[in-house]
Design a protein around this ligand. Structure first.
Ligand code: FCB
Length: 477
């Protein structure tokens, strides 16, 4: 039985059980990020990143954890690629650690750092797994942060130089290039509420960082395209924004004030990045917020034209909906400059170990809205997954909760495809349990369980289930 979705732009009212088949050539894989898995923090000329510094600062990361060893992937990459092959993955999204390529964020590239990714790409291609390279997944060289980080315009130019250096080495074998992972998180958790590295707390800095990240995206996209990159992608942490009632019922009646709160937060989260990148303009209300907190001097003539480079795909990292309601008098949240009079709420839904509500229909509705609003670009699920309190017993992890999360979200993706959304692939977050940023190692998102003291990898039941999904290009009944 396939899912019934009425027309493009309307959400499915429910997600059926039963078999669903994905389109031919749908891409299946998993994703990771450099600082979360590589370890080898001091090897082969790698410089320090803002996440090394942040993790070393007491009180910033749960349990004082850091990425010094992580999953030791830097040394175990060949085994990890074998594991991917055994699980039937067809694509693997990883990120390059900028401080491995340029210890201080500029100058001649470090050959040893490039060698690592060169070996990884060859190993993947030998295993018939397509590499998807992300250039920035948050590990900014500390030396650049010392010069202002993303609040400094120069960082955008440094980023484009670095992107070109990586492409020069891998571009003959890698066709898909992502500039940034989740610029909203880099800017607003890194410089707004300080929950992520570099831990600064200033709304003006966060908004300047957001602009310079976008500028770095545009400059690097332009440079990569002229160097011959085939496929360019920008990855955002996108959520359906809805009131508590709308989360489950898109037709729920909402007050004008609630509807305005939803659209404002949708602008801050999604349109702040997609409108400049795809249209060459900021939404008016975002610009008003920028002007209030940061002035407009940092947005120079021609920047929006530079940011607006033709790209092929928008990558969507979706975990849960963003739930808001109007709350007159509420001050702006530190991560959300411009969110005055809005209260962030939570959905009435089961939660993952992160406390994130599980709402698969939010993903189909998000994909349908984005494909309606930005029909010029293809969509790709670059991250989706869940942390649960996994237990390893007798060599198995029975993570039924993760299987059900993935199954529900894949049905949601399928529903959106049936509804007309151009979704090209799905990458589970994550291949391995790993360093979950401020949460340290206590949150396990992997399809594969990692016993950190021994570095033993054990595919969870969800990994075996996912292998079957990939094998049949769909979900069984
Ligand atoms: C995303 C990040 C990724 C991972 C997941 C759980 O925001 O891109 O690195 O931490 O959340």
């Amino acid at each position: 039985m396939t899912m019934t979705v009425t027309t493009r732009g309307t959400a499915p009212s429910y997600l059926t059980q039963g078999r669903v088949d994905f389109p031919e050539r749908f891409v299946w894989g998993a994703a990771t990020a450099s600082y979360q898995i590589e370890g080898a923090a001091k090897e082969d000329g790698r410089g320090r990143s803002i996440w090394d510094t942040f993790s070393d600062t007491p009180g910033k990361v749960f349990n004082g954890d850091n990425g010094e060893v992580a999953c030791d992937h830097y040394h175990r990459y060949a085994d990890d690629v074998r594991l991917m092959r055994d699980l039937g993955l067809r694509a693997y999204r990883f990120s390059v650690a900028w401080p491995r390529i340029q210890a201080d964020g500029s100058g001649a590239p470090n050959g040893l750092g490039l060698d690592f990714y060169d070996r990884l790409v060859d190993e993947l291609l030998d295993a018939d797994i397509t590499p998807y390279v992300t250039l920035y997944h948050w590990d900014l060289p500390q030396a650049l942060e010392d010069g202002g980080g993303w609040t400094a315009r120069d960082t955008a130019y440094r980023f484009a130089d670095y992107a070109v250096a990586v492409h020069a080495r891998l571009g003959d074998r890698v066709r898909s290039w992502t500039t940034l992972n989740e610029p909203w998180v880099s800017a607003f958790l890194g410089y707004g509420n300080g929950v992520h590295a570099p831990g600064r707390r200033d709304p003006g800095d966060a908004l300047r960082a957001a602009h310079h990240l976008l500028l770095g995206h545009g400059l690097s996209a332009q440079a990569l395209r002229s160097a011959g990159a085939e496929e360019l992608m920008l990855v955002i942490n996108s959520s359906l924004v809805a009131t508590p009632a709308q989360v489950h019922d898109p037709a729920a009646a909402v007050s004008e004030a609630d509807a305005a709160a939803v659209e404002r937060v949708h602008s801050l989260l999604n349109r702040q990045f997609l409108d400049p990148a795809l249209r060459g303009e900021y939404p008016a209300e975002v610009l008003a917020t920028v002007e209030r907190h940061a002035g407009l001097e940092h947005i120079q003539d021609g920047d929006l034209k530079t940011i607006n480079q033709p790209i092929d795909l928008v990558g969507i990292n979706y975990y849960n909906p963003c739930v808001v309601e109007a709350a007159p008098g509420e001050p702006a949240d530190a991560a959300w400059p411009g969110s005055e009079d809005v209260r962030f709420a939570t959905a009435d839904a089961p939660k993952t170990a992160m406390g994130w509500p599980i709402v698969p229909t939010g993903l189909s509705r998000l994909l349908l809205r984005l494909s309606q609003d930005y029909p010029e670009v293809g969509l790709f699920i670059t991250e989706n997954g869940a942390a649960f309190d996994d237990v390893l017993t007798e060599g198995r992890v029975h993570d039924e909760d993760r299987i059900s999360y993935l199954d529900g979200h894949l049905r949601a993706v399928h529903a959106a495809v049936e509804g007309g959304a151009d979704v090209r692939g799905y990458l589970a977050w994550s291949l391995l349990d790993n360093f979950e940023w401020a949460e340290g190692y206590r949150r396990r998102f992997g399809l594969v369980y990692v016993d950190y003291p021994t570095q033993t990898r054990t595919p969870k039941d969800s990994a075996l289930w996912y292998r079957d999904v990939i094998g049949r290009n769909g979900l069984a009944g």
